[in-house]
Ligand binder design. Structure first.
Ligand SMILES: C[S@@+](CC[C@H](N)C(=O)[O-])C[C@H]1O[C@@H](n2cnc3c(N)ncnc32)[C@H](O)[C@@H]1O
Length: 244
């Protein structure tokens, strides 16, 4: 990261200057560690293909997408919030179900390039708002959503941002509403991926192994006790549904 001398003569870390990112207000961790996946224009062109994301999820793309969709149902009413854009057709399918249920869908992302890419993918006249915001400080009202989805976002965030994102999700969901997290988890001991995948994740996704070590539920305030969990692919992936 660049360094500069600040007003009082101290060496201060400054945000990295990434000429191709169209928004340098994005968090450092995103521009430093994930520019190649989300911020670079070529990244969007390269990664947003079914076979690539399916490869990254080791052949589980459809299964995990459908796990998320099934949890919310075929016709989704009320207000739904998805924290962060995702590659693939999950959001388009979610939007179809929201249309079927007469609901509304809001998608938050900090990178304009990701929101533009999603806008291009969504069917015309979808009841979807694309909101440029940071998931760690949502400019959204308390208790205004019936459900919130966090799909493979938390493993990309450093611990403090991950905790703030989860708390924001719980703040904006209504009492009785659901926050669903789908993400990586620690594979069971007998799963060979536990040993093969660890160095790869450590290299490419510097915060992902936190989800191997820490239970997401530990990041929640103690009053949240209604937590349902499921594991997939030998424990490699997890779904957690927290009911507020
Ligand atoms: C949801 S995650 C990973 C998705 C997964 N790799 C996929 O495509 O299926 C990627 C998105 O999170 C967004 N993102 C990361 N940190 C964010 C933050 N603090 N606020 C808003 N968006 C964020 C990135 O801009 C990117 O569009």
């Amino acid at each position: 990261m660049d360094q500069q001398i600040d007003d009082i003569g101290q060496l201060a870390l400054v945000k990295p200057v990434i000429p191709y990112a169209d928004d340098t207000t994005a968090p450092d961790y995103l521009l430093l560690h994930y520019w190649w996946a989300y911020a670079h224009p070529w990244a969007v062109k390269f990664f947003d293909r079914h076979w690539i994301i399916n490869l990254i999820l080791l052949g589980n793309y459809r299964r995990l997408r459908d796990v998320a969709l099934t949890e919310f149902g075929k016709a989704i009413s009320g207000n739904t919030l998805q924290l962060a854009c995702v590659y693939g057709d999950l959001t388009c399918q979610l939007a179809r179900r929201v249309v079927a249920g007469g609901g509304n869908l809001d998608i938050v992302d900090i990178l304009p390039i990701q929101l533009r890419n999603l806008k291009w993918k969504l069917p015309c006249r979808s009841p979807v708002r694309l909101l440029r915001m940071d998931t760690t400080a949502l400019e959204l009202r308390d208790e205004s959503y019936d459900r919130v989805l966090l799909y493979f976002l938390l493993h990309e965030q450093p611990a403090s941002e991950r905790k703030r994102t989860l708390r924001e999700a719980l703040r904006v969901v209504k009492p009785g509403g659901k926050v669903m997290v789908l993400d990586f988890a620690s594979p069971y001991w007998w799963n060979p991926l536990r040993y093969i995948w660890r160095p790869l994740l450590a290299l490419l996704e510097p915060f992902a192994l936190d989800l191997w070590r820490t239970d997401i539920a530990e990041l929640l305030p103690p009053l949240y006790t209604d937590i349902r969990r499921e594991r997939f692919f030998g424990g490699f992936f997890q779904k957690i549904v927290i009911t507020r």
